[in-house]
Design a protein around this ligand. Sequence first.
Ligand code: UDP
Ligand code: MG
Length: 326
Amino acid sequence: MQAPVLYIVVPCYNEEAVLPETGRRLHAALKGLTEQGRVSPRSRITFVDDGSKDGTWPAILALTKGNPSIEGIKLAHNVGHQRALWAGMNRVRERCDCLITIDADLQDDVEAIGRFVERYNEGCQVVYGVRSSRKTDTSFKRRSAHLYYGLMKRLGVELEFDHADYRLLGREALDALAAFPERNLFLRGMVPLLGFKQGRVYYERGERFAGESKYPLKKMLMFAMEGITSFSVKPIRCILALGALFLVLGLAMAVWAVISRYLGRTVAGWASIMVSLWVIGGAQLMALGLIGEYVGKVYTEVKRRPRYIIEEYTAKDEEQADGTQE
Ligand code: UDP
Ligand code: MG
């Protein structure tokens, strides 16, 4: 069997502090695999600069200099982690047999790459990198993550436990994924929907090598919400159920009020009015907000704006950077 052409796609947002080291380690890993004949010499490392404001792009260019196995894609604007991944995957999809996505900050174990390729050779089109423990996380992140997985499961969303975006996809899986038209991307939820033979690679996730997390709490919460509203309509159904419950309660209250009226016990109830006003007002606002969340999604989907725009691509072969819009 011929060794597969492997592409390693690395999204980078303001990562100048880690890039030289990331480049070095990924290059060493790829070189090792190439020398052992486990991947084709046509394999590449593709850094995607997600509209960084620091020296990330010059750092990527420096890595590509004199090193044909490293290439860079510069996005015209910051589009976020998921879309940056999508941009890289879609751009190089047709050149590879399989592709691994990995974060730039060296938290994911580079040494595990060989094991991903083994799974691929065993016929897996999808290989999840699964964290063997969450020792390096704060207890808050660990607990909230597990709570979130539990919630998603109850909402009917299939997610791989303790897997982030360190994964391998084969060409068939990549082509299938490219057919997903959505603009609101949540790859962790989309990939399990692909099917195919799926495998796992366990690895220890380390600390960020340098720089700061690009996922502050606010971004993390937005991402969590994105996952729920992109994959489940159950929250809308919950609102319906909640509305029905309130209606029944309201009717009971009305009956009670009428009876009280005829029994002559009609003391102006400030407390009860205030309570119902606030409870129902709150419930309504919450419901409206949640419905707005879905309406907003429909809005962004129907606009069908490009998921990313490429400004520059360093790959020097036959084709030009063409600003692919998908
Ligand atoms: N990232 C990106 N665009 C963004 C934010 C993050 O491409 O808008 C990249 C970032 O450079 C890194 C990966 O996504 O390679 C994961 O981000 P980070 O390590 O900061 O997240 P954490 O590990 O803290 O959850
Ligand atoms: Mg990280």
